[in-house]
Ligand binder design. Structure first.
Ligand SMILES: C[S@@+](CC[C@H](N)C(=O)[O-])C[C@H]1O[C@@H](n2cnc3c(N)ncnc32)[C@H](O)[C@@H]1O
Length: 287
């Protein structure tokens, strides 16, 4: 009778155990083991690995009991997948299903509301779902722990930002001039089990009050006609390497043209357009 198996060891190595009543085989393995000790990857260990899974050619004196012989083999001998499978769980979660459901519900209600409004300003005007996803990715990608949103509305985009900020252990401040919307956003964030600092405040004032280099990421989604006036403060309040994200650059090209032109002449910033949703401008303050 002979059994062989691989069991997981520690510190990036795999231990192979050979259980056998074939004493010759076990003694042969024993000899090899004493040769390789605990040093991974030696020729002796490699030979033992090959032998234990097939070869039985050597003649070695017998013993009468089952023995377990352990030889530590290099991880590479059994493939890197083994190593990865053992890697401890060290990553945070993405947006969970419950939050996705709340966000989808908030968006659906807002779209129904918006469809019934003739006045543009009465609409919630949420970002597209793919833009919301992008916001969460960006926050995680640059580990933005200090996030400012200008234009909260009902809190749809805030849910995605707040979820990602939670993932990196940061905080988000989101402002809107409309107190009713801030109240609604607060309810929606609570439904999603998220924490956010929601304020009734004007975007220009919020920027003016922010110290230089305060924010890792600013999401600008308010009234586009004011963006040119915000630009000097937007650049000032971002930290080096910080990101300004602007929505609606493709859906409202004319309204953002002068702002984007101003950005393009700024030597301290680098910008590109992402053609998803309503069009998103990414502007990094050059590190
Ligand atoms: C397009 S909506 C924001 C949508 C939200 N970001 C989302 O995707 O869920 C624009 C919001 O900006 C707010 N707003 C307009 N002017 C503002 C200002 N000067 N300061 C702060 N908020 C402003 C409006 O009340 C409105 O709720």
């Amino acid at each position: 009778m002979r059994m062989s198996m691989a069991v997981r060891g520690s510190c990036g190595s795999v231990t192979s155990a050979f259980l056998s009543s074939d004493d010759r085989l076990l003694d042969q393995a024993s000899n090899y083991t004493s040769g390789c000790g605990v040093s991974d990857g030696s020729d002796a260990c490699k030979s033992l690995g090959g032998m234990a899974f097939g070869s039985r050619s050597s003649v070695i004196p017998a013993h009468s009991r089952i023995r377990v012989i352990l030889c530590r083999l290099p991880v590479l001998a059994l493939g890197r997948a083994e190593s990865h499978a053992r890697t401890p769980h060290r990553y945070g979660e993405g947006v969970n299903a419950a939050r996705r459901a709340v966000a989808a519900d908030v968006l659906a209600a807002a779209r129904e509301h918006d469809a019934a409004q003739s006045d543009r300003l009465a609409r919630f005007r949420n970002v597209e779902p793919e833009t919301a996803e992008l916001l969460g990715v960006l926050v995680r990608a640059i580990r933005a722990s200090r996030v400012l949103e200008l234009g909260t509305s009902n809190g749809y985009s805030t849910i995605w930002l707040a979820d990602a900020v939670e993932g990196v252990g940061g905080r988000i401040v989101s402002v809107d001039v409309d107190a009713e919307r801030i109240a609604l956003a607060r309810d929606n964030l609570e439904r999603a089990g998220l924490d956010a600092d929601l304020r009734v405040a004007d975007a220009a004032e919020m920027l003016a009050q922010s110290a230089s280099g305060t924010w890792d990421l600013v999401f600008l989604d308010a009234e586009r006609g004011a963006y040119v006036g915000y630009w000097p403060d937007l650049l000032r309040v971002l930290r080096l390497g910080g990101l300004l994200v602007v929505d609606n650059v493709l859906s409202h090209v004319d309204e953002v043209a002068s702002f984007l032109s101003l950005v393009s002449t700024e030597p301290a910033a680098t910008s590109t357009q992402v053609p998803i949703g309503a069009g998103v401008q990414l502007i990094v303050k050059n590190p």
